[in-house]
Design a protein around this ligand. Structure first.
Ligand SMILES: CC(C)(COP(=O)(O)OP(=O)(O)OC[C@H]1O[C@@H](n2cnc3c(N)ncnc32)[C@H](O)[C@@H]1OP(=O)(O)O)[C@@H](O)C(=O)NCCC(=O)NCCS
Length: 169
């Protein structure tokens, strides 16, 4: 069943804030990458569920970058939104910002793209509403998400072909 009402990115976007505590860090007092990935996954899952109105699962995390370290005592803000909805899947983009609350400095530390799929009670994929980007940035992200999906599918197909070739030889 195809949804007839499109949704805008801002209808499901999420901003999430976390304080980096000792249990989140390594011996140098830097935030663990795995903890940040967990927060990114949660923020993206909230967006996917808001957009689709369904339970959603992480299908893949295609790209995740850590540009700068984040220290104990910093505040991490995650901004997440749907870049594009396909049939049952959605690409969610997440950006993370580090803020030192003692001097108000704020810089972007991470960027990630995740694919979520809406599912029913049996784990079967379900159609999601299409996305109508409004702002210039949303339109750019919408176009770029299609390119990333194309690359992702081509990459998967190429690997499958290579493996089949290896098995046959
Ligand atoms: C994601 C999942 C629901 C896909 O189910 P499936 O039966 O393979 O579904 P399909 O092949 O029909 O694909 C459904 C959609 O998922 C997308 N998809 C499937 N695997 C994908 C992957 N690895 N990366 C990106 N997208 C993927 C397909 O492109 C398709 O998108 P579309 O409908 O928008 O075109 C299934 O693989 C699953 O449940 N995985 C485990 C998810 C999970 O538990 N995540 C948490 C990790 S602990």
């Amino acid at each position: 069943m195809q949804h007839t009402v499109n949704k805008t990115p801002s209808e499901s976007s999420v901003e999430m804030t976390e304080l980096v505590l000792p249990n989140d860090t390594n011996q140098l007092g830097n935030l663990l990458g795995g903890r940040l990935m967990h927060w990114i996954d949660i923020a993206a899952a909230l967006v996917a569920m808001r957009h689709s109105g369904r339970v959603c699962v992480t299908a893949s995390v295609d790209e995740i970058n850590f540009f700068e370290p984040i220290k104990i005592g910093h505040v991490v803000t995650l901004q997440a939104m749907v870049n594009r909805a396909f049939t049952t899947s959605m690409e969610i983009g997440v950006r993370a910002w580090r803020e030192d609350p003692l001097n108000n400095s704020r810089i972007q530390t991470s960027k990630a793209y995740l694919t979520f799929v809406a599912i029913d009670n049996y784990g079967k994929p379900l159609p999601v509403p299409q996305l109508s980007p409004v702002t210039e940035n949303e339109k750019r992200r919408y176009e770029e998400a299609a390119l990333r999906r194309e690359q992702r599918l081509k990459h998967r197909e190429l690997l499958q072909t290579m493996r089949l070739g290896e098995q046959a030889s």
